[in-house]
Design a protein around this ligand. Sequence first.
Ligand SMILES: Nc1nc2c(ncn2[C@@H]2O[C@H](COP(=O)(O)OP(=O)(O)OP(=O)(O)O)[C@@H](O)[C@H]2O)c(=O)[nH]1
Ligand SMILES: [Mg+2]
Length: 459
Amino acid sequence: MINDTIAGVSTAVGNSGISVIRMSGSDSVSIADKIFKGKKKVKEQESHTIQYGKIISPETNEVIDEVLLTKMVAPRTYTREDVIEISSHGGYSIARSILDLLYRMGARPAEPGEFTKRAFLNGRIDLSQAEAVMDIIQARTDRVSKVAVRQLEGSLSNKISNIRERIINILSHIEVNLDYPEYDDEEVSASMAESETIQILDELDKLIDSFNFGKLLREGMEVVIAGRPNVGKSSLMNRLSRKNRSIVTDIPGTTRDIIEEYINIKGIPVKLVDTAGVREAEDKVEKIGVERTIKALEGADLVIMISDISEPLGQEDQTILSKIKEYNKPYIMVFNKTDLIEEERRLEEIKRENPKALYLSVTEDKGVEELEDAIVKYATENNQDIDNQVLVTNARHENHLRRAKSFLESVLTSVRNNMTLDIIALDLKASLEELGSITGDHADEDVVNAIFSRFCIGK
Ligand SMILES: Nc1nc2c(ncn2[C@@H]2O[C@H](COP(=O)(O)OP(=O)(O)OP(=O)(O)O)[C@@H](O)[C@H]2O)c(=O)[nH]1
Ligand SMILES: [Mg+2]
């Protein structure tokens, strides 16, 4: 039972023009009346209206600030409780003083995410929507916040509850059979379970597939630049990020550790990773660098495999390519330093030999834009309709979808092996539980607490 009143600053910490202090709970109105002096008492103010007034310390009678006070009475509020929002002037210190007053008058400091948690506990939003609030707060690009907003509107929840209803429907058929065996249409139930389960698995697969793209939008696509020493990896890193983070020299083996930079390529958040050149290492430091490069390849969403067009592909390039293949990573083959090929005809010839590769001269700034386009194309391929599709963006959701899927797969196996209906029913129920965990229909308390503790205070 929630019965205390919480307060926190909802705007970002830092120097902003105004701050919003939010309070939620059954004592919100009476606490506000202790420190706010306006034309009307807050108690008499109409719900969902704003009133101008002053915040005055009841202890010292000191005027702390001129503010606007918004009163919203339950249940049409963010938390479904009585909510008071005070918009104060100035920076954080004024907001802080007002907050301290509220605490002294009986409110308690809100924990991170507690407002949204109350919205969830009071049934206004489900868990996947609550997580969307967090995604919006943390979104790196417009495209990402668009996806999150749609999630907040409930697109994933709707999809999940639709699938759950279908599973419940299969279950109800089976239960009838179990309860009234005299009807004896086990076979009908089993074949209905089979065809429905196949369709549901198909839907689950689509959702699971969307996760890779969703994750990419949320966390950024990890693009690893790899190649042997001196081919221009760091030069490319600097050009793409428009910064001079990576040291560039003509000495092979310059970069000895992983260097990361977040960039935004046409709305796609990218975590760009520059690595140490792969070769037979000469010293300990370099050896560790090469090991880290191999590890970075393993974590890549996409690899830019870069080579020097003026030199033939060698053993070192093969080593990298075989790692890329071993880890099953998508990659873009890039030949750099085209400026070193003086003869136009020779260049054309090489291009014909490797028509899929891209050709760059980082120093002459040629071909870089084509590479950027190729990265965006890779990110959005098979996802043309991303702006209208239900996307799974959250690892927790994906995990439950996968588990639901595996239970449904064993439903199929059971049906096909003529197992008894009660075994099938068990797996159906287990898959229901998994799906329910996404929207919070079965979420246990620990999960709920973990999710909300990742929020900022005041949200
Ligand atoms: N001619 C020419 N030189 C280039 C080009 N791109 C990079 N270079 C030069 O190649 C040398 C190596 O560049 P880096 O960017 O340090 O290469 P790297 O792959 O990061 O090298 P390591 O960190 O040692 O593995 C430098 O002297 C660059 O100026 C290019 O497009 N054309
Ligand atoms: Mg380098």
